[in-house]
Write a protein that binds this ligand. Structure first.
Ligand SMILES: [Zn+2]
Ligand SMILES: [Zn+2]
Length: 151
């Protein structure tokens, strides 16, 4: 990243990437467009085109199950295999490396199958949301009963 802001004119892809990076979670194309209000990007097609470019370089991943996009947090490049964990409550995204193609079954029911790509998306609850919805077992009120209230 260049330190000086205006050395070159930012492309649409740069703008879209900046929005996703700042959001730190999955956004739909329309949410991206909304956050770009006031920029030179005004049409959904501009957002989609920028997203295509970013996906090709590995800077952005598409989350198929949400029809949303997220900035890569693990420095993936084209051809690598991101596995994506999505918090179904807050939309936070975490990444891990999906299984290699070579490790996948190449036959099923006696018929050959040739794996060509892996899309791995896991829905769940992130630590923050999990703690918010269900207090950890054993920690029910007990700690606050003493002089804790005085603060
Ligand atoms: Zn990634
Ligand atoms: Zn969450």
């Amino acid at each position: 990243m260049t330190a000086t802001g205006r050395v070159y004119s930012r492309t649409n892809a740069d703008e879209v990437y900046a929005v996703l990076k700042a959001a730190g979670r999955a956004l739909s194309a329309y949410q991206i467009l909304e956050r770009l209000r006031g920029s030179s990007i005004r049409a959904p097609t501009q957002v989609y085109r920028a997203l295509e470019r970013l996906q090709a370089t590995g800077g952005v991943h598409r989350i198929h199950s949400l029809n949303a996009f997220v900035a890569c947090v693990a420095d993936h490049h084209d051809g690598e295999r991101p596995g994506i964990l999505v918090c179904s409550q807050c939309g936070s995204v975490f990444e891990f490396e999906a299984p290699a193609l070579e490790s996948l079954p190449t036959e099923t029911g006696g018929k050959e199958f040739m794996p060509q790509s892996v899309v791995l998306e896991v829905a769940g609850l992130c630590g923050t949301c999990r703690n918010a919805t269900s207090p950890p077992p054993g920690s029910s009120l007990s700690e606050a009963t003493g002089d804790g209230r005085a603060s």
